[in-house]
Design a protein around this ligand. Structure first.
Ligand code: KG4
Ligand code: ZN
Length: 343
């Protein structure tokens, strides 16, 4: 079964062709980073216009790299939410048009389900049940995953997502958008123990996250640091980046390991853009292996937004008979609890 997956939930226009929900034949991503960079974040109106400009080329490129014609497709999967309404609309309505013209089934996919399942695009895959952390610019959520389509939310951010905190701190330091990779690179030259930023853990036992206080702490610190003339206090921008990153990683590692212990699982999956972070990867591998837990990270191209994870999630739904009709609409909010179980 050959599935086309389309994701336009935020600022990447992506389309991928996936065979039998496992083998990626093509995965094309048109990034809008350069467009949004000057604004320090995604501008929704610009994003949807850019999706509209590029969707056709991106889908055609996905067919040509996969070496197939549209007529060879068996089904189409498109992200319906959560995400930016204007962006989602472009991908979903393009998918609807294509499914109608080709006379093949369409299914709507929850973007978070795509991130949770993205690890199944890899050779090495976890066994159910596992704990999954999806950590990106839009979400920081922990799930107990019992099977395809069977997800229980264990905790989530009450304010900013972890990736959003990276982006905001990068903006405070004048490093542009997006911030994750830039902060990670800068942090390599810094001392992560130099500044003790707060580790927001919330109530004892809580698996929820909160990163807005940490962001404010960094912002206040930077203000004071600038006023007191940087060199005079022997703290570099790299020290700030490293100390901030360590605070985020500490919180993520602690909550993830608590979720793993409580759920009594032996497999752990970390997905979403922030899962590209090597310090997070290293710290988690260390903690998980000493607890006898196998940890799985999709490769970076499957961590950040991509069409392949949508094609994969869509394949599982389509192959169990799920079908969407042309009245299917987008949803800016789409909690995973609202998902119909697969099969
Ligand atoms: O999954 P993604 O591409 O899009 C969303 O669904 O949000 O994630 C993008 C987010 C951005 O906030 C970006 O700063 C963050 O992931 N990110 C990173 C790294 N690479 C991307 N954060 C920390 N370290 C990285 N290496
Ligand atoms: Zn995402």
């Amino acid at each position: 079964m050959i599935t086309l997956g389309i994701d336009t939930s935020c600022d990447d226009t992506s389309a991928a062709v996936v065979l039998d929900g496992r083998a990626t034949l093509s995965n094309v991503v048109h990034s809008q980073i350069r467009l949004h960079h000057p604004y320090g974040g995604v501008v929704p109106e610009l994003a949807s216009r850019e999706h509209l400009r590029n969707i056709e080329d991106v889908v055609e490129e996905a067919f040509s790299r996969a070496g197939i014609t549209p007529a060879e497709l068996d089904g189409i999967a498109a992200t319906v939410g959560p995400g930016l309404i204007g962006s989602l609309l472009v991908g979903l309505y393009y998918a609807k048009g294509l499914s109608y013209v080709l006379g093949i089934p369409l299914v709507g996919v929850n973007h978070l389900e795509g991130h949770i399942l993205s690890v199944f695009l890899e050779e090495e895959t976890p066994r159910f049940p596992f704990v999954a952390l999806t950590v990106s610019g839009g979400h920081t959520s922990l799930y107990h995953v019992e099977g395809f389509g069977r997800y229980t939310l264990l905790g989530q951010t009450l304010d900013d997502a972890a990736g959003e905190a990276f982006d905001k701190v990068a903006k405070i330091l004048g490093l542009g958008y997006p911030g994750g990779a830039v902060i990670e690179k800068l942090a390599l030259e810094g001392d992560r123990g130099k500044i003790r930023f707060p580790r927001p853990l919330l109530a004892p036992g809580s698996l929820d996250f909160s990163f807005s206080g940490l962001k404010t702490a960094v912002s206040l610190f930077v203000k004071g640091w600038r006023e007191r003339e940087r060199q005079a206090i022997d703290i570099s921008e790299a020290d700030i980046a490293a100390s901030f990153q360590e605070a985020v990683v500490d919180v993520l590692v602690q909550k993830v390991m608590e979720a793993v212990e409580r759920s009594e699982v032996y497999f752990l999956v970390i997905a979403g853009g922030v899962a590209c972070n090597k310090r997070l990867r290293g710290r988690l591998i260390e903690r998980a292996s000493s607890a006898g837990v196998a940890v799985f990270f999709p490769r970076p191209a499957y961590c950040t937004d991509n069409g392949a994870m949508i094609a994969l999630a869509g394949y599982h739904r389509l192959s169990r008979g799920e079908r969407a009709d042309l009245s299917l609409d987008v949803r800016s909010r789409f909690p995973i609890d609202d998902l119909a179980p697969i099969g």
